[in-house]
Design a protein around this ligand. Structure first.
Ligand code: ZN
Length: 389
């Protein structure tokens, strides 16, 4: 209630100025009186908590001169923030109907009305509002962002892709990143039907929009694997490391399978060693240790692990260390103790969330391409630090 009264201050000031300036003009006297009565009535309604009646009176009273338009917007935004969407809609619709407003104010009214519709879940109406603003210098880019948000909510990927020309023209990296993910969504559907050419074409488009889209390379690797094109799949996995090393731990197992299919374990080991040297990641370390143990024996692997854990301890690495110790202690009391420690560590790892959204901090055990909390794309990545990578 206090905020609403505060909003009326500029109106009261405007009204005072209006009264002072025109006090000599008899012809305007009755209009001023009328304004004063409506203003006081509106104020009384607000004070007696009859907000709908107050809005009606105030909309009628505020004559939408330049100095009152901002008060209208502020009042409507306040209603929206308080979740009183019907009231916000009423004010914004009133503003949209005013033909004599300057272009910027008219566009702002349409934009705010679009946001009201979006908050109310009226996507069709929000879409037409934002669509009408695409050419606006001030609201064009923001409207484009909201349109993509609507198409993401409705899984209408084709509609989003139809805006490609405008998005490319805007050169906005965030929008291009979203568009790349719309292509990836279509590619995922095509991948399920194993439509090789369509998947590749869609993902090439995605990479044109966002050359850093590791999801595109992840999907490309999958379709190549499905068609036994392991060399190409390996190139995609390597590209993912170049695009986003934080996401890489999730593709190590698949990458290893492809190298094994090519009978190129040494090549895989030297790549994974490079990854470990550059990132210190636990998954890369474990994979390299497995290779080391096979190639040079358990003692060499054990020594390497010990110095790696001293340098950069992780729970995941520690679990693997216990596993290696157990292999050296066949069925005896020591083995039993180690088994118990391993189970405890495993239980601890299992209760921890594996993924963390780099944008909003949302944690999850399952991987999502679009964060369920903030809806940003490709931001859910393996957790870092002692309890993660
Ligand atoms: Zn998030």
């Amino acid at each position: 209630m206090l905020e609403l009264l505060f909003l009326l201050l500029p109106v009261a000031m405007g009204y005072g100025w209006f009264m002072g300036r025109n006090s000599v003009k008899q012809s305007q006297h009755s209009a001023k009186q009328d304004l004063s009565i409506k203003y006081s009535t509106g104020l009384n309604y607000l004070l007696s908590n009859q907000q709908d009646k107050a809005i009606d009176y105030l909309l009628e009273t505020l004559t939408l001169e330049d100095d009152t338009v901002e008060a209208h917007f502020a009042m409507a935004n306040l209603f929206r923030k308080r979740g009183e969407l019907d009231r916000a809609l009423k004010v914004h619709e009133h503003l949209v109907r005013q033909k004599h407003l300057p272009t910027k104010a008219k566009q702002q009214a349409a934009f705010e009305l679009g946001k009201d519709f979006l908050s109310a879940g009226l996507y069709d109406r929000a879409e037409s509002m934002f669509d009408s603003l695409l050419k606006s210098k001030v609201f064009g880019l923001k409207s484009l962002t909201f349109l993509l948000q609507i198409y993401q909510s409705t899984n209408d990927w084709q509609q989003g892709i139809a805006l490609k020309k405008v998005i490319v023209k805007s050169k906005d990296k965030k929008l291009l990143h979203i568009l790349a993910n719309f292509y990836c969504e279509l590619a995922t559907i095509a991948l399920e039907k194993d439509e090789f050419i369509e998947v590749v074409e869609l993902l090439e488009e995605a990479l044109k929009c966002d050359p850093n889209s590791c999801r595109s390379n992840w999907l490309l690797a999958k379709i190549y694997e499905n068609h036994q094109q392991y060399n190409e799949a390996c190139q995609c996995y390597k590209a993912i490391y170049g695009q986003d090393s934080e996401f890489f731990p999730d593709v190590i197992d698949q990458m290893e399978k492809c190298y094994l299919a090519l009978d190129a374990q040494d090549e895989f080991a030297s790549f994974i060693k490079k990854v470990y040297d550059e990132t210190g990641g636990a998954s890369a370390l474990i994979k390299y240790l497995e290779y080391l143990a096979k190639k040079h024996g358990p003692i060499k692997a054990h020594d390497y692990m010990l110095s790696a854990l001293k340098r950069r301890p992780t729970i995941k690495g520690f679990k693997h260390f216990i596993k290696m110790q157990m292999a050296n202690q066949p069925d005896n009391k020591e083995h039993e103790t180690l088994e118990m420690i391993k189970q405890l560590v495993s239980a601890y790892i299992n209760v921890k969330q594996r993924y963390n959204c780099r944008t909003c901090g949302f944690n999850s055990s399952t991987h999502y391409w679009s964060c369920p909390s903030c809806h940003d794309w490709e931001q859910l990545k393996p957790v870092r630090g002692l309890e993660g990578e």
